[in-house]
Ligand binder design. Sequence first.
Ligand code: GLC
Length: 546
Amino acid sequence: MTSTEENTPWWRSAVIYQVYPRSFADGNGDGTGDIAGLRARLGHLAGLGVDALWLSPWYVSPLADGGYDVADYRDVDPAFGTLDEAAALIGDAHALGLRVIVDLVPNHCSEQHPWFQAALTAGPGAPERELFHFRAGRGPQGELPPNDWQSHFGGPAWQQTADGAWYLHMFAPEQPDWNWEHPEVRAEFLSVLRFWLDLGVDGFRIDVTDHLVKEDGLPDTAGHHHTPHPWRDQEGVHDIYRSWRALLDEYTGERTFVAELWEEDPQRFARYLRADELHTAFNFPLLRSPWDADALRSVIDATLAAHALVGAPATWVLSNHDTTRHVTRYGRADTSYDFDRAARHGLPVDLPLGTRRARAAALLTLALPGSTYVYQGDELGLWEVEDIPDHLRQDPTWLRSGGVDRGRDGCRVPLPWAGAEQPFGFSPERASAAPWLDVQPDAWQALSVAAQSGDPDSHLEFYRAALRLRRQEGGLGDGPMDWQDGVVAPAVLDFTRPGSFRCVVNLSAAPVPLPPHEAVLLASEPLADGKLPSDAAVWLRAAGEG
Ligand code: GLC
């Protein structure tokens, strides 16, 4: 971990690795990644040089949305292991110097959650239903949804029950939204936070942070023109996070919150990161930005300005379990990311170009002020698997959009670890079942951890080197940066950090000369005649200083 000051909290500067447990490593051979597999591979993460893990949900879940549909917030799904194994994993990770952040899903639960089942059974008007958003329908027979809200996964955000009432689900129908006006819901989540803090976790990633509170009366979105939107970013969410922060601060050990927040207005974004609320939030503007010097520069400047409003550190994110892997994104003609996955799915991809840019982007993001996220497989240079046969697609967005949205399975394909045969070490030999998403490309044989280890030109060894250097460089992570404009060439990002550290990223079409320097610390591509090639980045020890 790097920091400019000895006592800077770890989360201001950390490199955090996202584990999608189903697809990381299968320990028991049933085809689903699990805690046993993760424990056995923790050495890979410690050796990679990250500071912390964030685990996508591992709770008891029917997996209608990959675990973001939680049936029991205080236990682990048997598919992933047991609570004892979870505790042991946290202990193992800590012993290796790795912190552990778990995912918390407070906007909705699973339809299998006992409180929702009780609400269904209790019937219209019962107090059990007040924990959720049950309403009568519109129309003469109540046959129409109560309002016009649309689910993020397609179709109306309302599901009718057998007794005619409707309940709200901003995501899949299997994910009923909690009613955060209800004191029992608030008390329950404070208790869940305590449960995991007592078990030793170092923090929480908060799912759809801004959705919890809905506008009074659940007004239609049609004709609703004022800010905030009726189902997101309501003022009331801030009270919730203040109460969570107060609870977290009772614990020692620099525990932390990171918000999933797709908020474009920097002022409104920053409000979540006020000193008595959440610590950090994912930086999605970077993930959406095209591979273009001006666009990236303006995202970086806007990000730093927004965070400066509240003194919070920025985060840098290139990929996650919901978005197209950036090797693929950066290999297309249009390198930006859009939720409309259908719009870009299957467009031509130049994978070598995307991979090259991904290496440069790694040096860029690891050099920027704040903390950086690595999504599992980023370190291997994995790409989005786009040719998944339709009958194997599992993401609810695929089914609910009637096949228009190709879904998020392509970034969730099980990791390749070793060997010449599929599933390349994801499951142990003689596994009882094929991987849950059995679509690894044959070419991933060459991208497995074992295949890349020891090859100095490999993506993995490049990541290891970058992370090693990032730890050694006292000026990286949280702290100041200074643009060095007009020194190298147009379409180049060039900045310095404390300790005579300089990062240059060439987004122009031609090689560029390096600025004066004492040493090249690491380059994403071999330099050609001392020049930095196009779509490459370099870390330098700047000239003339210590
Ligand atoms: C978040 C998660 C995503 C999930 C959704 C609903 O966006 O990252 O995977 O489907 O919330 O919980």
